[in-house]
Design a protein around this ligand. Structure first.
Ligand code: FCB
Length: 543
């Protein structure tokens, strides 16, 4: 099927008029007179070799849940239980990418991106996990994606695990709660390196272990749906301890896979390996010193919870201070294994929240907007909230905690830069979902606010980079409207809309904008900083 990628010239003119009145202009000013520079962000504000891309994940787009030898995943099963997903939506068909991937690759190509971030469905290539064989049809599917991307000059940027686990393993082990599961993951990763590593230069072991631990084992919103009060009423789980155990196992699984890759594959395949963390920025609820300390604890409990062990070999001191024995310990051997086990830090950035101290003041009743559990160690004794006095921290989007706060991009990049000595970073996801009530007003295809969002976030990213942050890429979440986990199809992040009845993809104005932005390749004003040094470390100087 042919996808129409051109907008009519009159609607394009209208689009230009609308985006020149950037609704986030005020947010961009920051009182320092830099708004013009920020408004006019261009591709040439980013160095040569910087990767621009779009991102997706297997369960959210593929569908075909039992086709060609694939077995059921934990998500395939979870979504069919009443009440787990809005409207009873499922990923059974999703966007039918499994059957339409060639069309989708053409679409990705038409955007002019350098890279495409996607994930591998574990149950499609290893239907029985470690115990069964490799499913040749699954391998063929991803081989075809990789080959077709490379044919069009697009780098495959592969996430090995983006939350979908073969149900048989999830059932047998309780997922990430069992240390035995680490070796199953390593087997999965090895299967990917063996079959795809000759052509894949960018590997992410696990997508957002911090959100996986939080949503599956603290809030009970993702499989296996574990939680305990005050986080929720699930039939099983302990929200104070299980997220810590799950994260511990994910970090060790990552480190083992990374060691294997570095010893057995990287020398000849020459790629890089990292992890992706959900990177929320926090700002103090008040100017009080205690709220400023709360910001530090919130950041440590979110971003540093995963990155500190992988860079320094242990959990952040801010966490160790407030946790007792429930925070697992790494043995000396494990510390050596885990330390420096990433080549890059992947940041998925969507949100900035207020952080309010709950050590010196009670958070239980004082602020009903607080996420539950602010008075507990698992939340770092911090109340996090998107609003203050009934006013949101930024313009609303389709998700209550994802307000539009472009400065948060610069702030989170600076935090990671400073904490990890400017280790190379990539923005592996950043995107905008239209608030449902706005879909009528803000024409569904003429998504002016999404364009303004990306321009603003990119502008703040460029400024962080001008100030020295070593960022290597930026991926828009997401190519097309997809299955957004427990929110189903209600939330729409796509550059392309997908008609749920026909599954036809239609470009939104933002798709056109991204293509124009990427097509404007006048020479870069920014020198590739340490690009050569970084990639050559693994035998692949960036050409
Ligand atoms: C991130 C997930 C991604 C998508 C976006 C909106 O946390 O990695 O799969 O759902 O949120």
């Amino acid at each position: 099927m042919k996808v129409t990628t051109m907008l009519s010239s009159s609607s394009f003119l209208l689009l230009i008029l609308l985006i020149s009145a950037n609704p986030y202009a005020r947010a961009l000013q920051g009182g320092n007179g830099i708004e013009e520079e920020l408004e006019d962000v261009k591709r040439s504000d980013f160095p040569t070799g910087f990767l621009f891309g779009v991102a997706t994940s297997s369960y959210q787009i593929e569908g075909a849940i039992l086709e060609d030898g694939k077995s059921l995943s934990n998500w395939d099963v979870f979504v069919h239980k009443n009440g787990n997903v809005n409207n009873g939506d499922t990923g059974d068909i999703a966007t039918d990418h499994y059957h339409r991937y060639l069309e989708d690759i053409e679409t990705i190509h038409s955007l002019g991106v350098d890279a495409y971030r996607f994930s591998i469905s574990w149950s499609r290539i290893l239907p029985n996990g470690k115990l069964g064989g490799v499913n040749a049809a699954g391998i063929m599917f991803y081989n075809s994606i990789i080959d077709n991307l490379l044919l069009r000059g697009i780098q495959p940027f592969v996430t090995i695990h983006h939350w979908d686990i073969p149900q048989v393993l999830s059932h047998e082990y309780g997922g990430w709660l069992n240390p035995l599961f680490q070796d199953d993951f390593v087997h999965f990763a090895e299967t990917c390196f063996k079959n795809f590593g000759d052509r894949v230069r960018y590997w992410v072991t696990i997508n957002e272990p911090n959100i996986a631990a939080d949503f599956a084992y603290e809030r009970g919103k993702h499989p296996p749906g574990h939680c305990s009060p005050p986080f929720g009423n699930c039939s099983a789980g302990n929200s104070d301890t299980e997220p810590l155990i799950a994260m511990h196992n994910m970090l060790l699984a990552h480190a083992k896979a990374s060691k294997l890759y570095r010893e057995q594959f990287q020398p000849k395949q020459g790629g890089v390996i990292g992890i992706v963390v959900h990177a929320i920025m926090y700002e103090p609820f008040t100017d009080d010193e205690h709220d400023k300390e709360a910001v530090k604890r919130a950041l440590a409990n979110n971003v540093a919870w995963a990155f500190d062990p992988l860079v320094f070999g242990d959990y952040p001191p801010e966490m160790r201070r407030y946790h007792g024995n429930e925070l697992p310990k790494f043995t000396p051997e494990e510390r050596l294994l885990i330390r420096d086990s990433i080549d890059f830090l992947g940041l998925n950035h969507y949100a900035t929240l207020y952080a309010k101290d709950c050590i010196r003041s009670s958070c239980v009743s004082s602020n009903s907007a607080c996420a539950p559990g602010g008075d507990r160690a698992i939340r770092g004794f911090v109340c996090t909230t998107a609003e203050r006095g009934g006013v949101l921290i930024g313009e609303p989007t389709g998700l209550p905690t994802f307000s539009v706060v472009p400065r948060g991009m610069e702030e989170i990049v600076d935090y990671v830069k400073n904490r990890y000595h400017n280790k190379p970073m990539l923005i592996t996801e950043n995107g905008y979902s239209t608030p449902p009530q706005q879909e009528q007003v803000d024409d569904f295809q003429l998504d002016v606010k999404r364009i303004a969002f990306h321009k603003a976030y990119l502008a703040f990213l460029a400024r962080a980079m001008r100030n020295g942050a070593d960022v290597r890429g930026y991926f828009v979440w997401t190519l097309m409207d997809d299955f957004e986990w427990s929110l189903g199809y209600d939330v729409k992040f796509g550059l392309y809309s997908v008609d749920r009845a026909t599954l036809n993809r239609t470009p939104r104005s933002s798709a056109k904008w991204y293509r124009n932005f990427l097509g404007n390749i006048s020479s870069s004003s920014m020198k590739p900083r340490t690009a050569v040094a970084f990639w050559s470390k693994v035998g692949r100087a960036e050409e």
